[in-house]
Ligand binder design. Structure first.
Ligand SMILES: *Cc1c(COP(=O)(O)O)cnc(C)c1O
Length: 408
């Protein structure tokens, strides 16, 4: 620890040798746990004598499918062992035969292009709407061409993409439309006809994840929702392998995972209520801090209040990477919002190269702050205090960081 840091007060920061503010890491994952009894109750049928299996899906997973179809207000739900396989199989089933390109955002989930490549289709990255940080009818339409096989719309981390606009684009262009609704599982969206519908009910199908980091924790897992019975049957067939053909898949969800997801669904509204108070605390604490804008939830519709996304404005005095480095050193596991964007990552598979200035600009501005069940209201105050300290000492931090780099 050097005298200069001591003088400037920077010894208070773990990055410069101080003690970490948090002894336990505070993550941006959810990690919600249901009551153990509830989980065990749902898991009980696994111990029933054999003969109770219902077709390709085991009993608990079948129960989860019924429950999720009701939850999303759709005809069918098909569960999978992960969100990845829910997406991959849906893309295979929905893509227009003989065409190769999947129109999708670049500012999105880091593995989204990998999923598309796995199906041997080609990602074609589109811009996002700066207001939603998501694909829109307009940004997607700019990428539609004679080789478009599928529109893959992904909901952003906070709020929803323009689902009804995209539905209209799909109808006008005669293209299949698949949504990734992972981050909007609890939300409703206007349907363009004056009514709102649950996310899960838009497009040809929507895909979700039950990973422990998501709103509905099934340890892991995924599912597809659709009103198209024939599509659901084809997804079940693909998921269950159903043949000895080479390359046949087995992507079923196990009963243990289904029991966990069912237990968490029972407690979902209570979780959202707790998310809401965490969000309110962030909103209050951040309102006094210049240079950082909290991305607000649209409270005109039901929303999960789960993820805390902030924008670093032009007058935030530090680069985002350094801000995140400072927070991470304190065990505050803040991270960049979907960075780098997919079109700028090295890719070993075919893709349409894209010039996306809006995405490039937005990809530098946002970050996620800790949220979920292991973050207390006091933790939130401490995180915001830390940001305020960082802002107040920005000049000495930049000096100390430059000195640190020079010494490497
Ligand atoms: C996590 C995630 C997935 C993939 O889900 P897994 O169950 O982890 O395979 C897909 N899309 C988005 C937006 C995600 O955040």
């Amino acid at each position: 620890m050097n005298a200069r840091h001591e003088q400037s007060g920077l010894v208070d920061l773990a990055l410069f040798g101080g003690r970490k503010r948090f002894t336990v890491p505070k993550s941006t994952s959810n990690l919600v746990q249901p009551s153990i009894e509830r989980f065990l109750d749902y898991a009980r049928p696994m111990f029933d004598p054999p003969g109770n299996a219902s077709g390709g899906t085991s009993v608990v997973a079948a129960r989860l499918e019924t429950r999720l179809a009701q939850f999303h207000e759709v005809a069918r739900c098909v569960t999978f062992c992960s969100g990845f396989w829910a997406l991959a199989t849906s893309i295979v089933e929905l893509a227009r035969p003989g065409r190769r390109e999947v129109v999708m955002p670049s500012l999105t989930y880091r593995r989204m292009a990998d999923v598309v490549a796995w199906t041997r289709l080609v990602p074609r990255f589109c811009e996002v709407d700066p207001a939603t940080l998501a694909i829109s009818a307009e940004t997607a339409a700019a990428c539609v061409g004679p080789d478009t096989a599928l529109l893959l719309a992904v909901h952003p981390i906070v709020n929803c993409c323009d689902a009804s606009g995209l539905v209209e684009l799909a109808a006008d262009s005669g293209l299949p439309l698949l949504f990734d609704g992972v981050e909007s599982v609890y939300e409703r969206c206007p349907d363009g006809r004056g009514v709102s519908r649950k996310v899960g009910a838009f497009g040809d199908a929507e895909c979700f994840s039950l990973h422990a980091s998501k709103l509905v924790n099934g340890f892991e897992g995924g599912y597809v929702t659709t009103d198209n019975e024939a599509l659901a049957d084809r997804l079940v067939a693909l998921r269950d392998g159903g043949s000895n053909a080479p390359g046949a898949l087995d992507a079923r969800l196990s009963d243990v995972h289904a029991a966990m997801a069912l237990a968490n669904l029972d407690e979902l509204d209570a979780q959202v209520e707790r998310n809401r108070s965490r969000y309110a605390r962030y909103r209050r604490a951040l309102s006094d801090l210049a240079g950082i804008r909290l991305v607000a939830f649209d409270e005109s519709q039901p929303t999960s209040y789960k993820n805390i996304v902030v924008e670093l404005l032009d007058d935030w005095p530090l680069p985002r990477a350094l801000t995140i480095e400072i927070l991470n050193a304190e065990n505050v596991l803040a991270r960049a919002y979907y960075a780098p964007p997919l079109h700028s990552k090295p890719m070993s598979y075919p893709h349409v190269s894209a010039v996306l200035p809006v995405t490039d600009r937005l990809a530098k501005r946002f970050m996620l702050l800790p949220c979920g069940e292991f973050v207390t209201l006091d933790d939130i105050d401490a995180v915001v205090d830390l940001l305020a300290f960082t802002r107040a000492h920005a000049h000495s931090i930049l000096d100390a960081d430059a000195a640190r780099r020079a010494m490497r």
